[in-house]
Design a protein around this ligand. Sequence first.
Ligand code: ACO
Length: 470
Amino acid sequence: MESGRPKDVGILAIDIYFPPNCVRQETLEAYDGASKGKYTIGLGQDCMAFCTEVEDVISMSLTVVTSLLKKYQIDPKQIGRLEVGSETVIDKSKSIKTWIMQIFEEYGNTDVEGVDSTNACYGGTAALFNCVNWVESSSWDGRFGLVVCTDSAVYAEGPARPTGGAAAIAMLIGPNAPISFESKYRGTHMSHVYDFYKPNLASEYPVVDGKLSQTCYLMALDACYNRYCSKFEKFEGKQFSISDSDYFVFHSPYNKLVQKSFARLYFNDFLRNTSAIEKDAKEKLEPFSNLIGDESYQSRDLEKVSQQVAKTLYDAKVQPSTLLPKQLGNMYTASLYAAFASVLHNKHKTLVGQRIVLFSYGSGLTSTMFSFKLQEGPHPFSLPNIASVLNVSEKLERRHVVPPEKFVETLKLMEHRYGAKDFETSRDTSLLTPGTFYLKKVDSMYRRHYGRKDAEEADHGENGSLVDGH
Ligand code: ACO
């Protein structure tokens, strides 16, 4: 870039919050009367996080933003843009961003641009692009951007229910980032489809055409990958193949679709005749080379063979991203970035100089493939420190596993409460860690009231202090 312009704009810091409650897929499978292995092997999921009546997308975002600012000692006045991605509707007019403004108002900072972006699971990516574009633009005022992805994914009783989840992610955006955008290589595909949508405003549950959503996802992946490759080839003057990226991170509604997605990229590389595909894999894929359009998405044999030949590369390039999505479920807008956080957690010691390709998908549909370049960040934004602040293992370990009966009972209560006014929650914060925000009540004007568990302990205790290099 020319001098004077910000360089290496991207993610400086990242934090994740997820609810302390989860249900094991193995027990849910038995409870639902599904065949043994359907949720765990068939969908590839281990556990599913969910909000109880004291948590929601607003409380989770307040918690994660407060945590990130504190752990990185960021003065709230230093945030100039705040963008939220979410598809969980709390208020059809008032953005979640305005809720988070409370944190900044307390420090006299109301000069913060940005609102919410909504389109299924893609809103977080739109929010991220908005922030990055702002830092790269002539209206940037030198402060940080902040992106929040927050969702609670719940489905009606039936086959989609095990593909829920919940989490909030916060990402600090600025120049000289350890995780910088390769802005020139972006492949986007957007189209009008009714694969998953939320037309019933009296219910939190989506209307979903499961099979169509799977095909749309894979078609969007193909389109984005081919566009990403063309852009790369235009700027680099050489062919792109899966060998050119160290990791691939996918939006993860459930792990099986991620396995199929990487196999699909492998098949694309075969069709494009790239050097990444070995001779015996070529021979195995050859019988499928003439499948066109829908045939290639519906072929079970192609799916099976391509997953089999891509397996070694899947283990190396994709598996490190699967930890949080398998443990927490689909977090909608936060799902892709939780998968990315899993790579940071698993591989932070060896990421410098590497490339990571990401695929973002939101039903309806909107999708983009883009990539990050990883480098040493200035303290405290080094990759090992980011991994340490994420503190993934400890957060996963301290979760509370509940039986499926309790999970279903919670969803019933939430159905009853959805869109309701004039009620108080139990205020049971026994499972929440100090500093976590929680819902206290919704008053007769539908105004929501939140509290914060043991705020003083969280603000002055050791738990939240900045740790480096562990
Ligand atoms: N042991 C092992 N595997 C099993 C078993 C078993 N006992 N039973 C079934 N399976 C396998 C199936 O073969 C299938 O795997 P495959 O696709 O490799 O063949 C998998 O488990 C799922 O079984 P299906 O019968 O296909 O599942 P169903 O149709 O009941 O539901 C679906 C799956 C459609 C994903 C549903 O959960 C859903 O609608 N979810 C929400 C939509 C969604 O997540 N879409 C993805 C993109 S859009 C988005 O992000 C929201």
